[in-house]
Design a protein around this ligand. Structure first.
Ligand code: AMP
Ligand code: MG
Length: 326
């Protein structure tokens, strides 16, 4: 059985094709890269509208399948930017109707967790989901994926991107800071903001920008931002692991590609007799394969959606999904 999944919650439009053994046959994507400033939802949606059909064709070519062989079409139903979600949902509906196959609307955060479980061998992990717009600590409890901790303001990726942008660098800022941090080493005082199992990043961003204006080196600030922000994440992750009694932690989202975060999470996990897992980079970022895989799990568990059920939800919460496949 083959599922084609379309991702398009924010800056990335992606198309993936997977089979029912979680083999990724194709996973292609295109990312909006604004010349300056942040992402404008409508510009991103126009980008996705232009790119989605060529990406569907490219994915089918790479997978070596005819679109007629696709059994299910899945798409990211939320959470995300309204114009982007609507564009991708429209493409998915048109494809499903023209192929005359079922359609599955997938929760983006749940998809990050499911692809990680499928490809890393983690069985019942707690997910530290760290992306541009989202920062959440998620675990399976009583039939649903529940959010145990999250950011109270901006996502960690946005914080890193904004800092890099204000310092005159391009997008995405996360990888630029990771490289710069290797040439830094002075730990500057930045606010450590943990509230129970939640975190906050905007105070950290403001403080780092102030220190930059005062003449501190970009490299030292990149280093300090990573150390402080990642320590906050590891602290809340550890607290949640203890609370829900999980002995696996899975990283997901674009920021999970960061080697320093991986190292710190691995150390935290091993210190408490647990294990850390991280999917390959192209399955960490927003991608179509994770949507396809989760759509396939839903379909095989008997989830069926009418076109009317495919309305997008900008604020689609992780714990709204009835996880009937587990
Ligand atoms: P996503 O929203 O999951 O697609 O992830 C995009 C975010 O991941 C952006 O905010 C990037 O800056 C961030 N990111 C990507 N690679 C890295 C990295 N190596 N270190 C830190 N952040 C990263
Ligand atoms: Mg994401």
């Amino acid at each position: 059985m083959l599922c084609l999944g379309i991702e398009g919650t924010a800056h990335t439009v992606g198309v993936g094709i997977v089979d029912d053994s979680a083999k990724v046959l194709a996973n292609v994507y295109d990312m909006v890269r604004p010349e300056k400033g942040g992402i404008h939802p409508r510009e991103a949606a126009n980008h996705h509208a232009e790119r989605v059909v060529p990406l569907i064709r490219k994915a089918a070519d790479i997978a070596g399948v005819d679109l007629k062989d696709i059994d299910v079409v899945a798409f990211s139903q939320g959470p995300g930017l309204g114009p982007c979600l609507r564009t991708v949902a429209t493409a998915a509906r048109a494809l499903a109707l023209s192929l005359d196959v079922p359609i599955a609307g997938v929760n983006h955060c749940v998809a990050h967790l499911e692809i990680g479980r499928a490809v890393t061998g983690a069985k019942d992990p707690l997910l530290l989901y760290v992306s541009g717009g989202n920062t959440q600590v998620i675990a399976f409890a009583r039939g649903r994926y529940r959010v145990f901790g999250e950011t109270l303001d901006i996502g960690i990726g946005n914080m890193l991107d904004k800092f890099a942008r204000e310092a005159g660098h391009g997008f995405p800022g996360g990888p630029i800071l990771e490289r710069a941090a290797r040439d830094g080493g002075k730990l500057l005082p930045l606010p450590y903001s943990v509230k129970g199992m939640d975190v906050a990043f905007s105070g950290l961003l403001t403080a780092a920008l102030n220190l930059l204006k005062k003449g501190e080196r970009f490299e030292d600030l990149a280093f300090s931002l990573q150390e402080v922000a990642f320590a906050m994440l590891c602290e809340v992750t550890e607290r949640a692991m203890a609370h829900v009694e999980k002995d696996e932690v899975l990283l997901g989202g674009g920021v999970a590609r960061n080697r320093r975060l991986q190292e710190m999470a691995d150390r935290m996990a091993r210190d408490r007799g647990a294990a850390m897992f991280v999917p390959p980079g192209e399955l960490c970022i927003d991608n179509g394969a994770m949507i396809a895989w989760t759509g396939l799990l839903m379909h095989k568990a008997g989830v069926r959606m009418s076109v009317a059920d495919t309305i997008v939800d900008q604020r689609f919460r992780t714990d709204e999904v009835d996880v009937v496949w587990r």
